[in-house]
Design a protein around this ligand. Sequence first.
Ligand SMILES: CC(=O)N[C@H]1[C@@H](OP(=O)(O)OP(=O)(O)OC[C@H]2O[C@@H](n3ccc(=O)[nH]c3=O)[C@H](O)[C@@H]2O)O[C@H](CO)[C@@H](O)[C@@H]1O
Ligand SMILES: C=C(OP(=O)(O)O)C(=O)O
Length: 429
Amino acid sequence: MDRIRIRGGAQLNGVIPISGAKNAALPLMTASLLTGEPLELRNVPRLADVNLLLRILGNHGVDHTVTGKRPGQTTETGQTIRLDASSVIDTCAPYELVSRMRASFWVIAPLVARFGEARVSMPGGCAIGTRPVDLLLMALERMGVQIDVEGGYVLARAPRGLKGAEIEFPKVTVSGTHVALMAATLADGTTVIENAAREPEVADLASCLSKMGAKISGAGTSRIVVDGVARLHGTTHAVMSDRIETGTYAIAVAMTGGDVVLENTRPEYLQQALDVLTQVGAEVTTTNEGIRVYRNGSGLRAVDVTTDPYPGFPTDLQAQFMALMTRADGISRIRETIFENRFMHVQELARLGAQIRLDGDAAIVEGVEKLKGAPVMATDLRASVSLVIAGLAAEGETEIHRVYHLDRGFEALEAKLGRCGAEIQRISG
Ligand SMILES: CC(=O)N[C@H]1[C@@H](OP(=O)(O)OP(=O)(O)OC[C@H]2O[C@@H](n3ccc(=O)[nH]c3=O)[C@H](O)[C@@H]2O)O[C@H](CO)[C@@H](O)[C@@H]1O
Ligand SMILES: C=C(OP(=O)(O)O)C(=O)O
């Protein structure tokens, strides 16, 4: 299994190109099932999750071609994927595939909307929490889908098609909003989604669906209205930039000091996180190319954060920010309100010398003078990259095991950091 070895202490200076967003690419790829015409997606990141979803879609009979990929080379310029769901042969998504990636459960919506049936394995929990799908199923039921659970599979049936409905989510859910939105595009009548997730990835999905012929208003707000249409057609769409990758590198620069321009990204996607970095002591400015993050040798201020749905501080940056706070002057309280178990990185950060105590849904981080390199274990995607950030500032060598978690969500991480001066290498095998 691959490992990542980092010798800490180098500042980061240079330019980091930001890739297309994993969390936008996955629902967009899933949406290809809504039409019999090709959907061409540009700026798709080269990630393990994208490859796995291609396999899952292939299992349903979706053909794909990938261009912009140079064999044997790792580049960070996105690939173009053309998906053709004109000959779907199977509406079942099996356990072996769905259990490896939660987002693959979302195929249930386009399958039942277009074909009137779907049989999809329950996704199960994961390292960050139990992650139920009750709200996704509630949304489909509101649209007239009959839901049964048998042998670990959800059977969704709507032989006479879906009906527009009023759907009010009792809590903000990105997956629930994606599912309701995709299903509503082909429903008969109008669907109103209340308390919808406002995440930019929802707006990106809606923008692509609109180009496919869907009638959607309000995406990006908490009330989305969809007038169903009889069929959707193919289109071309460029995946939005990855705000979590952007925030991760911004935090890395705040951690090591230095001066980096994050290219092809937009500050409004993560304004709250950037504001927090300014409070911490980094300078964050918007340039023509993207976002410049700068910090000289001055100390880091401890800042409290609470994760929240967009536009709040993203849970997907909580672990990275915790790594940063391990070196701050003072005590920071980091509250996690989205996932009940997203603190797996705490014990690994402690192996590097961090002082962190858990108190219910909060982590209390007492900044230390220095971190010291050690072997550590990645436990989930964002937890792994928090260890990279800590390793970049730790004295000596840090070796991160189980980096397949990182490969799910960070395209060309070593190359991007290495070019900015980090001493980082992947050790294969
Ligand atoms: C592939 C992808 O885009 N993943 C993102 C997506 O996950 P995902 O879409 O799974 O997250 P949700 O927004 O749906 O989950 C938010 C909260 O709602 C709960 N919930 C969700 C659905 C449901 O049916 N019942 C229920 O109780 C979840 O357990 C969680 O506590 O949004 C999360 C919140 O921004 C991010 O951390 C993930 O990176
Ligand atoms: C939690 C994440 O992904 P997923 O929802 O696919 O587990 C993530 O991207 O941080």
